[in-house]
Design a protein around this ligand. Structure first.
Ligand code: SF4
Length: 386
């Protein structure tokens, strides 16, 4: 376990440096960035995080430098990752949820028939995914603690370890000891989104349930980092508040995790709000445009040379294809966002609507056409300490 009790956790760091405590000041700093600040940020050695560098690259003044940023991001990504993109698939195991997150189709206030997969059913779904060629599986669940227990996940991991080289999780927040048990069972990556780093906005969108505790949420990445997870995934939900301020906070969080859990790889994801059951885009005032998302992605690559950058099927095929040469390292393909979706279980609702419905082999073909190698396996479970 990588622990250092003398080091502050991210909640301590955050209470000192939160961008959202002085929102107006940071917004003014973003507006004050000049073209020469951006040029200075672009001429410094790429791939190294400095708060002022990230600030310059996400500022409005950097919007006219996207081509230069893209050229540097591409070169840096090829240097660090080669001409490869890893492919993964999500497997949803439950849509029961005790939280009321306003933006989510699984929100507990929405009335519809929910679905849980037994371990046996989940293994059946996983077999379908495995037959499509995937070696990297992401287990996803809503907050359904009664059913999706650590025992359930350990049993599922034991059943799946022979089928997949990489198993990771995107589920409700757990404690370090629970993550450590899952790591021993063969799960070596966890992604957990802060959703928003602004405490006021967080309170507005997380109305009810354990997830409504903002401070606890800030500690989540520390919990799985300390448990020794090999891959730490983070991000915010794009569309809840000003993406530029959120990206500053995300950069700070990513940098903290890199230093604190230096044996792990950090990854940034870019979940942009999507229509879902009873969730319409018009409800949100801060929707992020394609150009903004590109700027954010490039700025993060230019500050974090070794970070994974992940894009899911939330985005449409055209946009995903355009992102491939800009620094992306991993994509999902052929995704279903409802439990039982791969085996076509009837009546199970999606968490959100996907926008790239191509099959995994079509996505792999697209990558080859762009001169990239689709990677189905980038790790062997034999390296796992168990
Ligand atoms: S975002 Fe997660 S926790 Fe919130 S309602 Fe949806 S499934 Fe539940």
């Amino acid at each position: 376990m990588q622990t250092n009790v003398l080091h502050p956790n991210f909640s301590d760091v955050w209470s000192r440096d939160s961008v959202f405590l002085e929102r107006d000041r940071w917004q003014a700093r973003l507006e004050a960035v000049t073209p020469s600040d951006v040029e200075c940020a672009l001429t410094a050695a790429p791939g190294i995080y400095r708060p002022e560098r990230l600030l310059a690259l996400i500022a409005p003044a950097a919007q006219t430098y996207l081509e230069q940023m893209a050229t540097i991001a591409h070169r840096l990504t090829v240097q660090r990752f080669g001409k490869t993109i890893s492919l993964y698939a999500p497997l949803y195991v439950s849509s029961y949820c005790c939280n009321q997150c306003v933006y989510c189709g699984f929100n507990c206030s929405n009335q519809y028939e929910r679905c849980r997969l037994s371990v046996e059913d989940a293994v059946e779904e996983a077999r379908i995914i495995h037959h499509e060629g995937f070696q990297d599986l992401l287990l996803v669940s809503s907050e359904d603690r009664e059913f999706i227990t650590v025992d359930y996940l350990c049993e599922l991991a034991h059943r799946l370890r022979g089928m997949f080289s990489t198993l990771s999780l995107e589920i409700h927040q757990l404690e370090t000891q629970e993550y450590a048990r899952l790591f021993e069972a063969g799960i070596d990556g966890v992604t957990l989104y802060q959703e928003t780093y602004d405490p006021d906005v967080y309170a507005r969108y997380h109305v009810k349930g354990p997830k409504a505790d903002f401070q606890r949420r800030l500690l989540a990445c520390d919990s799985f980092g300390a448990a020794g997870m090999r891959k730490l995934g983070l991000g915010f939900l794009l569309g809840l508040t000003d993406w530029r301020l959120e990206t500053l906070a995300l950069g700070m969080h990513g940098h903290y995790l890199m230093k604190q859990y230096w044996r792990s790889q950090i990854s940034f994801s870019f979940p942009r709000l999507r229509p879902a059951n009873e969730v319409q885009a018009q409800q949100f005032d801060h929707l992020v445009s394609d150009q903004d998302l590109v700027q954010m992605l490039l700025a993060l690559r230019l500050c974090f040379a070794d970070a994974g950058l992940i894009i899911s099927t939330r985005e449409c095929a055209r946009f995903r294809d355009a992102l491939v040469p800009l620094g992306i390292t991993k994509m999902s393909a052929g995704s279903k966002t409802n439990p039982g979706g791969y085996g076509h279980k009837d009546g199970s609702l999606e968490q959100f609507a996907i926008d790239d419905a191509r099959t995994p082999s079509q996505v792999a073909d697209m990558l080859r056409q762009q001169g990239m190698e689709p990677v189905w396996k980038d790790w062997d479970s034999g390296f796992h300490p168990q």
